[in-house]
Ligand binder design. Structure first.
Ligand code: HEC
Ligand code: HEC
Length: 286
């Protein structure tokens, strides 16, 4: 009898291990879908070739440089390499870095890491992204420290916890959630002289990005004449995947190399959200 019980307990344990690894697999799959799709951390954390194309073979080992008047920022190595990456960070430390912009040593992560938007990331999606980061191959690549000529904020707000994503059935709200974790508005909203986003002009475009691709200008995503008014849903979805009207190919840093993997339903929600934005004339001026 005792043996039978022990056997039963052993089987129970085995089935629990099985269940938790199935859960882990689902979490990693969700992380992969997000990271190789709408979330697109790699748009900054993957190195770029001379021609501006992402070098996916180097993984999320960093190296992209953002040379702007207020800062010269280097995207760090976020592969699990223990010396040059995040291999020694715990899940909680990684979560705090991503959603609150605070490193394990207490220092603040500066722009253009889009912390303001990541604060709205759900607990479940954060866990999925961390699970995905953990299973990436470690890459050794020491990245330089960023230099900020502006004071960084002491923090980005109170500690973030218990965040749930809206239901995908609430299409516009869910589309906004996807746009937040996809940091669309970090690029598509004009900035003031201090480099801060002008949130009253959400989505109006106008930021200029220089790089190996030459120069590109974030476009107006609001339903205004100078924006997406008159575009079909299909045309907007196509543009997010990288091809504009008349077969025009967009330039980086628009993250089409990632966004092209966004599912039809999620793309539909994103497009519905853009349609709900307040129409605004292009750029920073009233
Ligand atoms: C728009 C560009 C951009 C995007 C998108 C971005 N990051 Fe970052 N990230 C940066 C930069 C630049 C830094 C360094 C800032 C500094 O030096 O203070 C950074 C810092 C970090 C750090 C701190 C690492 C360290 O060693 O200090 C982590 C962790 C991180 N990012 C993870 C992520 C994850 C996960 C995502 C996606 C959910 C993401 N980042 C998206 C640009 C970006
Ligand atoms: C890192 C900056 C960046 C991010 C993040 C970004 N975009 Fe863009 N986007 C751009 C730039 C720059 C262009 C214009 C590229 C060009 O002219 O070749 C653009 C172009 C577009 C266009 C084409 C509009 C037109 O009028 O032709 C659409 C639509 C668009 N982005 C939607 C989005 C959405 C939705 C997201 C988030 C899921 C997003 N973008 C995230 C920089 C960005």
């Amino acid at each position: 009898m005792a043996m039978l019980l022990r056997l039963a307990a052993g089987l129970l344990l085995m089935s629990q291990v099985g269940a938790s690894s199935a859960q882990d697999q689902a979490r990693i799959a969700r992380g992969k879908y997000l990271m190789e799709g709408v979330v697109a951390c790699g748009n900054c954390h993957v190195a770029r070739a001379e021609n501006g194309a992402p070098v996916f073979s180097r993984g999320l080992s960093g190296g992209m440089v953002f040379d702007e008047p207020p800062f010269k920022a280097y995207a760090p190595n976020i592969t699990p390499d223990p010396e040059t990456g995040i291999g020694k960070w715990t899940d909680a430390q990684l979560g705090k870095a991503i959603r609150e912009g605070i490193r394990p040593d207490g220092s603040i992560i500066g722009p253009p890491m889009p912390i303001e938007f990541y604060r709205r990331m759900s607990d479940a999606d954060l866990a999925a992204i961390i699970a995905y980061l953990r299973v990436q191959p470690p890459v050794k690549n020491a990245v330089r420290k960023s230099e900020y000529r502006i004071p960084l904020p002491p923090d980005y707000g109170p500690a973030v916890k218990d965040v749930r994503a809206p239901s995908p059935r609430e299409t516009i709200k869910y589309g906004q959630y996807l746009a937040d974790i996809g940091h669309c508005m970090e690029c598509h909203t004009p900035r003031d002289e201090k480099g801060m986003l002008v949130l009253t002009r959400l989505g109006a475009g106008g930021q200029v990005f220089k790089g190996p691709w030459g120069e590109s200008v974030a476009r107006n995503l609001t339903p205004h004449e100078s924006g997406l008014k008159g575009w079909s849903k299909e045309e907007i979805a196509q543009a997010i995947r990288g091809t504009g009207r008349n077969g025009f190919h967009y330039k980086p840093p628009m993250a089409f190399d990632w966004y092209k993997n966004v599912s039809g339903a999620d793309m539909n929600a994103l497009v519905a959200y853009l349609g709900s934005l307040k129409p605004q004339p292009f750029g920073g001026k009233e």
